[in-house]
Design a protein. Structure first.
Length: 113
């Protein structure tokens, strides 16, 4: 079953939501790239810690802050996309949509804030 049929979207609704996704795609891809870079940096940091048994706490604190900011940007960008898509839907479609996307990431909490 497709999202269009699952949510019973009209062609116009589907086209607009598709445009929203396409417009946000470059930003979301850039954020995904930053997340991958942070994962690689953390692996290198952890490897240095294990092999030298030393920790640069200032460097680690800076890393944590950058990672926190990137995570916040990812969540904010995703929420904005979800809300923009939901604004193209009827109340019944929106409720069903939130049920779908809300269950996709329960650790993040509801996306309706």
């Amino acid at each position: 079953m497709t999202v269009k049929s699952e949510l019973q979207l009209t062609d116009a609704q589907f086209d607009r939501i598709k445009e929203l996704h396409e417009a946000s795609s470059p930003r979301l891809r850039a954020l995904a790239s930053q997340v991958a870079q942070m994962q690689a940096e953390f692996a290198a940091f952890e490897n240095t810690r294990r092999t030298s048994d030393r920790v640069d706490f200032i460097e680690f604190a800076q890393f944590v802050e950058v990672r926190r900011n990137i995570s916040r940007e990812c969540l904010d960008s995703t929420r904005k996309l979800v809300m923009a898509a939901a604004n193209e839907m009827t109340p019944a479609q929106r409720e069903h949509y939130f049920g779908i996307v809300g269950s996709a990431s329960p650790q993040d909490g509801p996306l309706t804030n």
